[in-house]
Design a protein. Structure first.
Length: 181
């Protein structure tokens, strides 16, 4: 997460450095108004919440507690208007726990199919692996929520994931997201 924040800070710095001369001549009051608008819009960003399927509500487990902790400690995950996947670092019973984040304005009330491509240091874990997210098993995923999904790993995949130590060498992409009718 620190690298993500560093990357974001670098992007902001580069953007600021590339402003035109006309922009730099703007009055201080205009600049202050812009900064105020940005900070107000940041405050309006909806809080990320962790959700579980109805059959698990009121219950607890190590994975549920992990999900709640991750959302509390890292509310910045995901980007506004998008769905994303994150590896949590947890492998349980031959399965990897991935956090599915919905920061769209759409409440996911239907089953989803999507593909995952995941690699580490050039070694493929999944390549266009089809994944199904079933509402009856995992619950609805309202706007600005996150949940955990578990993906089974074979021995070869498990060896790659167990050996991951540098987050900058990992790529995890979600594509072809479709609602199932």
């Amino acid at each position: 997460m620190k690298k993500m924040m560093l990357l974001l800070a670098s992007l902001v710095a580069l953007t600021a450095c590339s402003q035109s001369k006309q922009d730099t001549k703007e009055s201080t009051s205009t600049q202050m108004a812009k900064e105020t608008k940005v900070s107000e819009s940041s405050k309006k960003e909806k809080e990320l919440k962790f959700v579980v399927a109805p059959q698990y509500e009121g219950k607890t487990s190590d994975l549920i507690e992990l999900g709640k902790k991750l959302v509390k400690d890292h509310p910045e995950v995901g980007s506004e208007g998008n769905m994303a996947l994150y590896f949590t670092g947890v492998i349980s019973e031959g399965r990897a726990a991935l956090m599915l984040v919905n920061k769209t304005d759409v409440n996911i009330k239907k089953d989803l199919n999507f593909s995952i491509t995941w690699s580490y240091d050039g070694k493929t874990i999944f390549k266009n692996q089809k994944v199904s997210y079933f509402i009856k098993d995992s619950g609805e995923l309202p706007s600005h929520t996150a949940t955990l999904i578990l993906l089974p790993l074979n021995e070869e995949q498990m060896a790659i994931v167990d050996g991951m130590s540098d987050p900058s060498k990992m790529t995890l992409q979600m594509s072809d997201v479709n609602a199932v009718e």
